[in-house]
Design a protein around this ligand. Structure first.
Ligand code: HH2
Length: 288
């Protein structure tokens, strides 16, 4: 039996890498803020990502953009996200939607509207009610490593480590243990090293280089390196939208080290690259 990830009312088979396409319904996201704030624009973008081969749509209404992330109220976040989720569910009930939020009330309402996954960049840390909502609804849960609050988690404010890998893995493990203690089933949990979150470029590189240590825990691993700052530094691209090719490189390196889900802006190119990389892996395992 291939491994799988249990979600609210279905499972995803992990026999090939999955692509999670990003739909930011925000005015201020670092790479595409404001482009898809109108519900029709976000739904149109989501349709394009599905046509390009997205397996999951990750819909978020609050940015963690470095330096300028503005906290958003529950009402405002729901006003941004719910119409998009409802319109997509009305069109295609089979679409797998993940809600990118740190707020339990937002997660609960969006699951009620049809989402399958809660993607919490705080690792269920910032809202004490979040783990309970995840446990009660039976949603799939992405537990990501970060430090600090929404306004500074994507900065270097908390990026001081004596031993980066050990500390990052220990802190993430604490969050996984807390989720399981609150009743979230192990089969519903995926983990994410949180590329760029409280991490300098060298930390992001190390998290990717040593991803196998996280993969070894046995949970599906989600990686979101798409268009992030370390890619800009490595490729000399100031504009996030210019970082597509570097992002595809990061996705392939993550897949090669065992990542199961790649969270990306550029779904089509990533899908093609992953199809080739996974065919090469399959051919290798068939001949072994
Ligand atoms: N990165 C961002 C947001 N959510 N979720 C997971 N699981 N992993 C990530 O690496 C991750 C995430 C930041 O990227 P983006 O959504 O493009 O930007 P913003 O936070 O500015 O909306």
């Amino acid at each position: 039996m291939p491994p799988s990830w249990k979600l609210r009312d279905r499972s995803l088979t992990l026999d090939r890498p999955l692509v999670m396409g990003i739909v930011n319904v925000t005015p201020d996201s670092f790479s595409d803020g404001g482009w898809y704030l109108a519900p029709e624009a976000a739904v149109g973008h989501a349709r394009e990502l599905l046509a390009e081969g997205a397996d999951i749509l990750d819909i978020g209404g609050e940015s963690t953009r470095p330096q300028s992330a503005e906290p958003v109220s529950v009402e405002e976040e729901l006003r941004r996200v719910l119409p998009v989720v409802r319109a997509l569910m009305a069109e295609r009930a089979d679409v797998v939607i993940s809600v990118d939020t740190v707020k339990a009330q937002v997660a609960e309402a969006v699951i009620e509207a049809g989402a399958q996954i809660v993607n919490d960049v705080s690792g269920l840390r910032l809202d004490p009610a979040m783990a309970g909502v995840c446990a009660r609804t039976g949603a799939g849960v992405v537990i990501m490593h970060s430090r600090g609050g929404v306004t500074d988690m994507a900065t270097y404010a908390h990026a001081d480590y004596a031993n980066f890998l050990d500390e990052m893995l220990d802190e993430l493990q604490v969050r996984v243990v807390a989720a399981e203690a609150a009743g979230v089933e192990r089969e519903r949990i995926a983990v994410d090293p949180g590329i760029g979150f409280s991490k300098r470029p060298e930390h992001s590189l190390l998290a990717l280089a040593c991803l196998q240590r996280l993969v070894a825990w046995g949970y599906p691993v989600v990686v979101g390196a798409s268009r992030k700052r370390f890619i800009g530094q490595l490729t000399g691209t100031a504009q996030p939208a210019q970082r597509r090719d570097g992002s595809v490189g990061a996705a392939i390196a993550a897949f090669d080290r065992g990542a199961s889900v790649l969270r990306v802006h550029d779904v089509g190119p990533t899908r093609h690259a992953l199809d080739v990389a996974s065919a090469i892996r399959l051919a290798g395992s068939a001949s072994a």
